[in-house]
Design a protein around this ligand. Structure first.
Ligand code: PA5
Ligand code: NI
Length: 191
């Protein structure tokens, strides 16, 4: 596309009326990430459920560009851990990201290579700035879809490998019917 463009999110599910790429991630993509591996394997054996979807626009992966799209995490849990995205550092660590929550409820769980962590609540109307160096993962703690709009620099890239290897320091689990942020007992070990 070589002229400025708009897209319309004016529908209950906030699916853009046009996009270039639709990513669908199922349980298979999350092997090793959920703490309760028995629950994970049992769910996977029954059905390789769709966990989240991303609608993207193709733009060049250059610093002057802003990559953008819509992320939709469906509701559910593996054991008592809520459905979530893989999560990643940006390959170019010093790149940031903006999120705007359109629908649903959840958390953005974040951490730095230096050991800091943070969890930001996501609710419709909440905007979030993920600083450079902070890995980020969306977690859906609600009963419906968690929908966010995201924007990040064209040269950022996705480093999934680090999180696949070490996990996130914090997990979001259901305790007495409510979300709670707890330590990941397996953090740092091979997930
Ligand atoms: O750029 C982002 O951080 C988001 O668009 C995510 O890519 C999206 O939410 C899906 O998560 P992940 O890339 O960790 O699978
Ligand atoms: Ni990102």
């Amino acid at each position: 596309m070589d002229t400025p463009y708009t897209f319309d999110l004016n529908n209950p599910d906030f699916i853009p009326d046009r996009y270039d790429n639709h990513i669908r991630r199922t349980l298979t993509a999350m092997r090793g990430q959920y703490l309760d591996t028995a629950a994970f394997e049992a769910m996977l054996a029954a059905d390789d459920q769709l966990l989240y979807e991303v609608y993207e626009f193709h733009r060049p992966h250059e610093p002057g560009e802003l990559l953008h799209g819509i992320s939709i995490v469906h509701p559910g849990k593996v054991g008592d851990e809520y459905f979530m995205t893989k999560g990643h550092f940006h390959t170019v660590l010093d790149t940031s990201e903006v999120y705007y929550c359109l629908k649903g409820e959840g958390y953005m769980v974040m951490e730095t290579p230096e050991g800091d962590w943070a969890a930001a609540e996501l609710r419709p109307g909440k905007a979030l700035y993920v600083l450079p160096r902070w890995a980020h993962r969306s977690v859906n703690t609600g009963a419906g879809d968690l929908v966010t709009l995201f924007v990040y620099p064209g040269n950022a890239g996705h480093d999934y490998g680090t999180i696949e290897q070490q996990g996130f320091r914090k997990l979001v689990v259901e305790r007495d019917g409510r979300p709670e942020i707890v330590d990941n007992p397996r953090w740092g070990s091979k997930q």
